[in-house]
Each structure stands twice: as C-alpha cells, then as structure tokens.
Ligand binder design. Structure first.
Ligand code: HAM
Length: 423
C-alpha cells in the first residue's frame, strides 16, 4: 500500500531511503521554532485540524478554497481539513479575547492540508510555524513579528546572505488601485494578478492588467521605485535599531495571495531565488470582525513559515545538523544473573532523568557494545558484582563506583563531555 501523493512518511534516523523525511530533523526544526517563539514572549495554542468548510470559504480567497480537502461528514456537515491556521486563530481569538491582556502573542505548529499541484517546495500536507500578535495597531508589532521571523531563520544557521524579507504594503497597493480603477469590487482580482506577476507569463499578466484598466508599465514602475510608505519606514527604523536592517528590503513585487491582508505584508525568500517563499504574512485587521460577524474587532498580524521549503534550503546550504541519538546510557547486561539488579539500576537512572537503553533479551557482550555505539550512547554501564563500571564512550575512560554513586558521577561526566565538545 503506497502513501498518498504529496504526503510524507517521517522515519527515525538512519533513514531507510531518500524519498522519506527525518522525524529527528522535524523535531530539531520544531524545537528551534518553539524556543525562538518563546524567547519573544509567544504562548502556544492549537485548534482542530477539521473545521466547518465555511470558515475558509468566506475569508481566505478563491485560491485556497480551490485547494480544500473538504467533504460531508456522517452528520451531514460540510467540513474541511485546515489549509491554513489563521481562520482558526481568528475564530478562537474572537471567542476568548476578553480573557487575555492586549496585545497577546500566540504561536502554533499545525499540520496543514492543501490539494495543490505538486511541485518543488509544495506538497499536499506541511507543517507551519504560525506566529501572530493580536490587539495591537502600532507598527511596533509588525517590526516585532518580522524580527521574530528573522531570528527564527538565524537560529537555524541562516544569515543575511542566505535570505531576505521582502516587505510590502497592501495599503500602498490599495491606494495605487483606487487611483487607477473605479470599481472597488475588483481590488482582490487585481491583487491576485500582482501576486502572480513573478511566476506568470508576462503577456498573460499584461492582458489581465489591461482588462482591469491598468497600464502594465505603470504597475512595473511602481514596483521598481519601491518607495516606502511612512508605515513601512517606521518598521524599517525599528528593525535597524535591532541590528536587523540587512535582512529586509522594501519590495512591492510582494502582495500576498490570501484575501484578508490589509496593511504591511511580507515574504521571506532565499537570496539566490532557488526556492519558493520560506514564509509569508502580514496585517489582517478586519478578519476577526468578519469571522465574528462584527461582534469582535481586533487588529491582528502574523506569519506562517512552512517546513518544506525551509528544510530544502537548510539542506542545500549544508546546515542540517548531524542527527546524533539521544541515548545517555547503554546498560550492558553481560551476566544474566545480574539482570534483575541491572533492571533496578536502569529504572533508577530513568527516574533520575537519563535516557537509558539496554538489551531486552540475552546477547553477546560485543554485540551489546556495538549497539551502544550505533545508538550514539554517551556511556555504557555494567554491573560487576556489587559495583557499577561506567565507561565514557567519548574519552574511553572507565570507572568503578558503588551503584548509588552512579547518578552523581554521570552528572559530572556529562558536563566534562560538554566541555570537551566546546574545545
Ligand atoms: P501562506 O503564504 O499560504 O500563508 O503559507 C505560508 C508558508 O507556508 C509559505 O511561505 C510556505 O513556506 C508554506 N506553504 C504553504 N503552502 C505549502 C504547501 N502546499 N507545501 C509546502 N509548504 C507550503 C498562510 O498560510 C497564512 N495563513 C500565514 C499567516 C499567519 N498570516 C498571518 N498569520
């Protein structure tokens, strides 16, 4: 039985083949996402992977609606797997915002589902770090969010030579639109053409622009000039004060495909232009009001960073860490007479917080040692009579101790190993 196209299997290392993904690498990416988001004061939330289809059809725009995994459930409800997190967040925020001091900063790592045409960097399922700030009008929040995006990528080893955040403004585009087109209902259609400008055949885009009453050259000139609005200038100043200015450039070639964005918007790309967007986001000040039928009005902004493009980029830049196992101790049981006494020690070590592996059934000593090495264990421990023998597999130093001294000895030995790593 094959897995569905566009879906992934995540295996533990070492990987059995090159068409599967590493569960250990995924953990590394998620851990980094979590720790940087927390360092910016974000709290974690989550929602259901299945939602009423309406939640997405009304607010996200045609493109994503065309990609919905939707069906009627056994209770005759129209439901869809979430293609993005923002509508769920807006629903949750509208229901509970009174319980939280404004602004509140939330993050989540949902798995999302989009029935997309498969291509490089696009699958039918992906994980996405979502970071959003709710209840703050000031552009200080936009800068804070962009700084978080930059620091998340830096924490994974990427530098300003590897990626750039292209900063744009829906407001600037809205003004441009209103100056040239008198039909306000066609704004989203116009934004969609701009969003596709870099990927679409120029002739097709020009025809669409002309049909909306725009001179293609004027549109291109607006992008080329890239004059920051006062709003964008404020964001750039804030980022400059943090020493992050080199990571951002004003670029009206970005407008974002989703319908709900209202103010500053941005996307992160690799500098060489080899990959699709690493992350994208912006302001969506009206979405919560739309979703709550006008009951709650809360300014909001956020971004989503997918794991697919990110992993491809890290791989191509040689930034994937070596996946070492996380076994601290491999407990050798060479004499079956000592199995029960060994189990007692294993239990104690685990209760003391160590990751411990041992042979479940009798096996030869050299086989056990080989296994310890394969697992990347830091120490082996074996009982010899009433004593425990600890071997540090990095330094190869061996020591005999009373079993009750084991935990204390390991604490020191682990610190010594860390020092050695730093040398
Ligand atoms: P989005 O631009 O649709 O935004 O997705 C954000 C990122 O998710 C993309 O830049 C890309 O890295 C990744 N991504 C999207 N679709 C796929 C796919 N089919 N396969 C692999 N990766 C993908 C949103 O979803 C917004 N809701 C983000 C947001 C949060 N805006 C405000 N808050």
């Amino acid at each position: 039985m094959e897995r569905l196209p566009g879906f992934r299997d995540f295996y533990p290392e070492p990987l059995p083949s090159n068409d599967v993904w590493s569960a250990d690498l995924r953990t590394y990416v998620f851990d980094t996402w979590r720790s940087v988001a927390r360092s910016y004061g974000f709290s974690e939330y989550d929602g259901p992977p299945l939602e009423p289809t309406d939640l997405f059809t009304k607010k996200s725009g045609d493109e994503i609606v065309g990609q919905l995994y939707n069906f009627t459930d056994k209770g005759d409800r129209a439901v869809a797997l979430r293609p993005e997190m923002t509508p769920t967040l807006a629903r949750m925020a509208a229901a509970a915002e009174r319980n939280y001091k404004k602004p509140f900063k939330w993050f989540s790592i949902p798995q999302l589902f989009r029935y997309e045409r498969q291509q490089k960097g696009r699958l039918r399922e992906h994980f996405q770090l979502n970071c959003d700030i709710l209840g703050e009008e000031s552009t200080a929040a936009d800068a804070e969010l962009i700084a978080l995006l930059i620091d998340t990528l830096r924490a994974l080893g990427l530098s300003s030579e590897d990626f750039v955040v292209r900063l744009s403004s829906r407001n600037a585009w809205q003004d441009f639109f209103e100056a040239h087109c008198k039909d306000p209902d066609r704004a989203y259609e116009f934004f969609q053409v701009i969003d596709k400008l870099e990927r679409e055949d120029p002739e097709v885009s020009d025809t669409k622009l002309a049909s909306l009453g725009f001179a293609p050259e004027e549109v291109r000139e607006f992008i080329r000039a890239g004059r920051p609005t006062p709003e964008l200038a404020g964001i750039l100043e804030d980022l400059a004060a943090r020493g992050l200015r080199d990571f951002v450039r004003v670029d009206y070639g970005v407008i974002r495909g989703l319908a709900y964005y209202s103010g500053p918007v941005f996307e992160a790309f690799d500098r060489k232009g080899e990959f699709r967007a690493i992350a994208g986001g912006g302001r969506y000040n009206q979405l919560i009001s739309l979703i709550s039928d006008g009951k709650v009005d809360l300014p909001a902004l956020g971004f989503g960073m997918g794991d697919v493009v990110l992993t491809e980029l890290l791989k191509s830049r040689g930034l994937l860490p070596e996946m070492r196992g996380d076994i601290d101790v491999f407990f050798l049981i060479e004499d079956e007479q000592l199995r029960h006494a060994s189990l007692r020690q294993i239990q104690q070590l685990r209760e003391d917080g160590y990751n411990v592996e041992f042979p479940l059934t009798p096996s030869k000593g050299n086989k056990q040692f080989k296994r310890a090495m394969e697992l990347g264990a830091d120490f082996t421990v074996r009982l010899e009579g009433h004593m425990a023998v600890v071997k540090n597999l990095r330094t190869r130093a061996e020591m005999r101790l009373a079993p009750e001294e084991l935990t204390e000895h390991l604490v020191d030995a682990i610190v010594d190993n860390m020092d050695e790593d730093e040398l």
